[in-house]
Design a protein around this ligand. Structure first.
Ligand code: IPE
Ligand code: IPE
Ligand code: MG
Length: 249
């Protein structure tokens, strides 16, 4: 992944030309508050959130987005109760089984970032299997961030470079931006164009800190379970109106 301006596709719409972001990432927040508003347990919010994932993935396919990266579980979410973590793992397992057919039908390639092995062998093996089975799909790349934390990702990159320097395989003088990007989990993905966060919180919560350097940011009050095709289209429309400069004029 690099930060040079991405060649977002320009689609001629009925009025002004529309620029479609190649890579969209979403901090899917607000499941708990959605449930609380309805006096439901938090797990009901997570379940409704999974339906929003389904809708959003379809909207990304329909709009010609190349990569959709979703923040599903942060490296800090282990601070939640054991019950909630267990519910989230159960939902991941359930939706993975249920949606594998949809991924194949829509030609969606699944990819993981973060440290998903921490979820235990059973879930990790299923995830790996889904990644392998969808590897040749070429319509949308759906990246799920599981046990992901940007600071840990950058620390691991620093560690790898330092070890290389110690072993003599890395010349410290040659460490540049590209050398770091090649060690990030997103190395095979196009630059991040648009980062969306739902639920009214205006922070990044340790998500894609490096990658967001020149991403357009879009914060909406909508709680994640209420996010739908129209909300996704509104974010794309807003992106299309932005003028990206990458430090130029
Ligand atoms: C996002 O919703 C889902 C995860 C972080 C797994 P939250 O569970 O954070 O919902 P709120 O922020 O408490 O409303
Ligand atoms: C960010 O949401 C993580 C995910 C959406 C997976 P959080 O709800 O964990 O973030 P904070 O704690 O409000 O910053
Ligand atoms: Mg939250």
């Amino acid at each position: 992944m690099n930060l040079t301006p991405s060649a977002s596709s320009v689609v001629e719409g009925p009025s002004a030309p529309v620029t479609v972001p190649r890579h969209v990432a979403i901090i899917m927040d607000g499941n708990g508050r959605w449930a609380a508003k309805r006096s439901l347990p938090r797990v009901a919010g997570h379940r409704a959130g999974a339906e929003a994932v389904r809708r959003t993935m379809q909207a990304a396919v329909d709009n010609g987005v190349e990569v959709l990266t979703l923040y599903a579980f942060s490296s800090e979410n282990w601070r939640r109760s054991e019950d909630e973590v267990s519910d989230l793992k159960g939902l991941m397992r359930f939706y993975l089984e249920r949606e594998l057919g949809t991924l194949q039908k829509e030609k969606v390639r699944l990819k993981l970032i973060g440290e998903p092995a921490a979820f235990g062998n059973e879930l990790y093996d299923r995830l790996q299997k889904a990644v392998a089975e969808t590897a040749s799909n070429d319509r949308l790349t759906l990246v799920i961030a599981l046990n992901y934390g940007s600071q840990a990702e950058l620390a691991a990159a620093a560690r790898a470079l330092a070890q290389g320097a110690r072993d003599g395989t890395v010349d410290p003088d040659t460490i540049d931006i590209g050398a770091i990007e090649n060690l990030l989990h997103t190395r095979d993905l196009p630059p991040l164009d648009l980062l969306i966060r739902t639920s009214g919180e205006v922070r990044l919560s340790n998500f894609l800190l490096w990658q967001a350097a020149y991403a357009e940011l879009h914060f909406v009050d909508t709680l994640w379970p209420d996010f739908d095709e129209a909300a996704f289209a509104a974010a794309l429309a807003e992106f299309s109106r932005r003028q990206r400069r990458f430090g130029g004029r």
